[in-house]
Design a protein around this ligand. Structure first.
Ligand SMILES: Nc1ncnc2c1ncn2[C@@H]1O[C@H](COP(=O)(O)OP(=O)(O)O)[C@@H](O)[C@H]1O
Ligand SMILES: CC(=O)N[C@@H](CCC(=O)OP(=O)(O)O)C(=O)O
Length: 257
């Protein structure tokens, strides 16, 4: 079964457009089974602002106290997951919204409780559960919230969650759907980047902000055996006539195909 993990970033949820859905349909007609993970950073920011709560990020990760975790869950499970499932349903896709914290879907551990609070990294994925949904003909739409051993819900960066799921499913591809066409260097879209090139572009600041967890996740996924990891646009066709459009990230020099 050819699975493709697609992470839909919060930046693009309001802007997913017809070309994206047409590509998704074509992909499925070509025998790929999508598993979707979503973000929701901008919606969480707005809700925290609404409640006059302070926001703080360290290394691109939201510092998440207990109260913030409640808001994160409310927004990701109650708002952005619903929004994306609604859009996809309207477009004719059979979807099933899943909370990462239900039925040990995403088991997680604290990254650094002292520094970041309730922020986690995935330690185990309930692949049986996800594949049961896929094999029943539905697209899982997974909220990036994990469950810790102590029963706490943990906030997981959507890009990292997607890479972990792709690794666990031995997915053929992990695609990060965002609000740009791919990785831009000096204003131009780059179609392929090696790990070494990425390292250089990270250190000279050409890759920054929200693109950093994406390239790190893409590298982690390919290093763990996912054949291809890509940054793609949610506003343009990303797949047509068996060709993918965006930036392919390769784990090692010479691995680009
Ligand atoms: N080299 C780069 N090429 C393209 N986008 C980049 C680059 N470096 C940083 N970015 C930024 O990364 C953003 C995507 O990350 P983010 O806003 O976190 O998206 P998402 O919500 O989809 O995860 C782009 O809108 C852009 O501002
Ligand atoms: C720990 C951490 O930072 N979690 C993210 C989860 C949402 C996310 O990843 O959303 P985007 O894909 O839109 O960035 C957050 O709280 O914003």
């Amino acid at each position: 079964m050819k699975t493709v993990v697609m992470k839909c970033g919060g930046s693009v949820l309001d802007e997913l457009d017809d070309p994206f859905f047409i590509s998704l349909k074509e992909l499925m007609n070509d025998g790929y089974f999508p598993v979707i993970v979503h973000g929701g950073g901008p919606a969480i920011n707005s809700m925290l602002e609404f409640y006059n709560m302070t926001q703080n990020f360290k290394n691109g990760l939201r510092v998440t106290c207990e109260k913030t975790m409640e808001i994160v869950e409310m927004v990701l499970s109650g708002q952005t997951n619903r929004q994306l499932c609604g859009i996809l349903t309207k477009q004719g896709f059979n979807v099933l919204g899943m909370n990462g914290s239900d039925s040990l879907c995403l088991q997680a551990d604290y990254i650094d409780k002292h520094e970041l609070g309730f922020v986690g990294k995935v330690t185990n994925v309930n692949t049986d559960l996800i594949m049961m949904v896929v094999e029943s003909g539905y697209i899982p739409v997974i909220t990036p919230i994990g469950i810790a051993e102590d029963g706490s819900k943990l906030n997981i960066n959507g890009d990292y969650a997607a890479a972990s799921i792709a690794k666990a499913l031995h997915a053929e591809r992990c695609a990060f759907v965002t609000n740009v066409d791919g990785i831009m260097i000096d204003g131009k879209l780059v179609s392929e980047l090696t790990a070494l090139e990425i390292e250089n572009y990270l250190s000279d600041g050409s890759i920054y902000g929200g693109m950093v967890p994406k390239v790190n996740s893409a590298l982690a996924a390919t290093a763990a055996g996912v054949e291809k990891a890509m940054i793609i646009s949610g506003k343009k066709p990303f797949y047509k006539n068996n060709c993918w459009h965006g930036t392919v990230v390769a784990a090692k020099e010479g691995m680009l195909k």
